[in-house]
Design a protein around this ligand. Structure first.
Ligand code: ZN
Length: 482
């Protein structure tokens, strides 16, 4: 295994090499917290731990820098634990094995945990190094970023005093992240009446598959096909011409994934079947013509299935198809300031039948609270038209890009001075801890930055080694100048 301790900056890699040996899957941060707290004590730095296990270490200003404002450095202690199925590895005790190929540091068949282990290592190095010049630092280490942002959610207002925060959990050196989306789920429950089905009919299942799916935030702008929406489109169209009896419908499995597959089961008179299937197939072709550039593998299979004793009655079936067809999915509005950024979107994520109710799950996103609620209100309005009930989960806050931010202006200028090129200013259409922290600490001036990390959350996770040293120098310059 390569020795990373000789890489520069040495203090950063020393900590990264220790961190990689410490088990720290989300919700199991005990050992990494112990490492950080012990470190703080050994350095003689004031260290506090809150009720959920978030840690803050305070480092006073270096000499002559006492008048500088306090800067918060922030990273998360947990990592996503994923491995290839052929790899023997126990995340609860085994140290991550490293490989270096050129400039790339990876693990051996597992996630590397540089998300956010490298952020932790960088801030610990800054706390340890006595030769730096900076104002007061509050270094914040949160728990459980990856599975619900629960550490950030549970933070109390006495944890931090600083008004400037550098989140170290971004994955592209040269990009300054300035915003993220908030989100909220809506659950729609449509009561349906069942009726007995005559014998002697054909029973078929219509199955949509081959779609790319993807993350309902970061992939939504690609306008990939939604299996539930496409299935509905075909059924709705066919319902204008042919009589059929829907007795099951199911699609999607996660609120934050664009549904890749969906099926419906219908029963219909034998003499109706050919026309109905031809109608579906014609619409399949239309859809494929439309979405081929992004979803060339979209396909629809129609096969016989076991007969049913009951189906939705006519009124219920019509209400359901109208509801599913009418509900929005995808990008609703783009951002006015950052033209390539999705502002508001929604994902029609799941549908399933539970006894006499059809349950539909939707997940909406926006950096602006009011726009997010408006999206959810629209969903509710459409659902109410069909006589459905709607319940809404508690939304989590977004982070509205502030292009007038002082820390952004400074970080931009320093980047340009040091590297002779403009950094990119971006925002993401997914949740970040900054959204939650920004809401708890109003007026917090923030950006999110980091060295380059590709394919996080997968065994292909790669840290670009040379960007670590560059990023470290950049970060120190920001701290010195702020
Ligand atoms: Zn992360």
């Amino acid at each position: 295994m390569p020795n990373i301790e000789n890489l520069e900056p040495k203090l950063v890699w020393k900590h990264f090499d220790e961190i990689r040996k410490i088990p720290r899957c989300s919700k199991h941060e005990e050992k990494i917290r112990e490492y950080i707290v012990d470190f703080g004590k050994k350095q003689g730095l004031k260290t506090k731990v809150d009720a959920v296990g978030n840690v803050v270490i305070l480092k006073p200003a270096t000499s002559g820098m006492q008048n500088k404002p306090t800067v918060i450095l922030q990273g998360h202690m947990d990592m996503v634990c994923e491995k290839n199925s052929d790899v023997k590895f126990d995340f609860s005790k085994d140290p991550i094995q490293l490989k270096i190929k050129g400039d790339l540091l990876t693990a051996d068949g597992t996630t590397l945990g540089a998300d956010n282990g490298i952020g932790l290592a960088i801030s610990l190095a800054i706390l340890e190094d006595t030769k730096l010049r900076h104002g007061p630092i509050e270094s914040l280490y949160t728990v459980d970023e990856e599975t619900g942002l629960t550490g950030a959610f549970a933070m109390k207002s006495d944890m931090l005093t600083g008004k400037i925060m550098l989140n170290l959990d971004s994955e592209d050196f040269g990009v300054l992240t300035v915003g993220c989306a908030g989100g909220g789920d809506s659950m729609i429950e449509l009561p349906v009446k069942m009726q007995p089905v005559n014998g002697g009919r054909e029973n078929i299942v219509i199955k949509v598959s081959g779609l790319r799916g993807g993350h309902s935030g970061v992939d939504i702008h690609e306008q990939r096909g939604n299996a539930i929406k496409l299935l509905t489109r075909m059924l709705w169209k066919a319902s204008q011409k042919y009589e059929f009896y829907l007795f099951d419908i199911k699609g999607g499995d996660k609120h934050n994934a664009i549904p890749r597959e969906a099926y419906a089961k219908v029963s219909l008179e034998k003499n109706n079947k050919n026309g109905f299937v031809t109608e579906l197939k014609a619409e399949e072709k239309n859809i494929l013509d439309e979405i081929k550039p992004i979803d060339p593998k979209f396909k629809v299979d129609v096969v016989s299935c076991e007969p049913t004793k009951t189906s939705l009655d006519k009124t219920s079936q019509m209400k359901l198809l109208n509801l599913l067809h009418g509900l929005p999915h995808g990008v609703h509005q783009m951002n006015y300031d950052i033209k390539t950024l999705v502002n508001t979107s929604t994902n029609l994520a799941t549908v399933s039948v539970k006894e006499n109710t059809v349950v539909i799950g939707m997940s909406s996103r926006s950096p602006m609270k009011s726009a997010l609620q408006d999206m959810r209100d629209r969903i509710k309005a459409i659902a109410l038209l069909s006589g459905a009930k709607v319940s809404e989960g508690t939304p989590y806050p977004g982070w509205k890009p502030d292009l007038q931010s002082k820390i952004l202006a400074l970080s931009k200028k320093i980047f340009k001075d040091m590297f002779k090129e403009e950094p990119k200013i971006e925002a993401i259409h997914a949740g970040l801890e900054c959204g939650i922290i920004g809401e708890k600490f109003p007026g917090m001036d923030m950006i999110s930055i980091g060295p380059t990390l590709k394919n996080p959350h997968s065994p292909e996770e790669q840290l670009h080694i040379s960007t670590v040293a560059k990023f470290y120098r950049y970060l120190l310059k920001i701290l010195e100048t702020v």
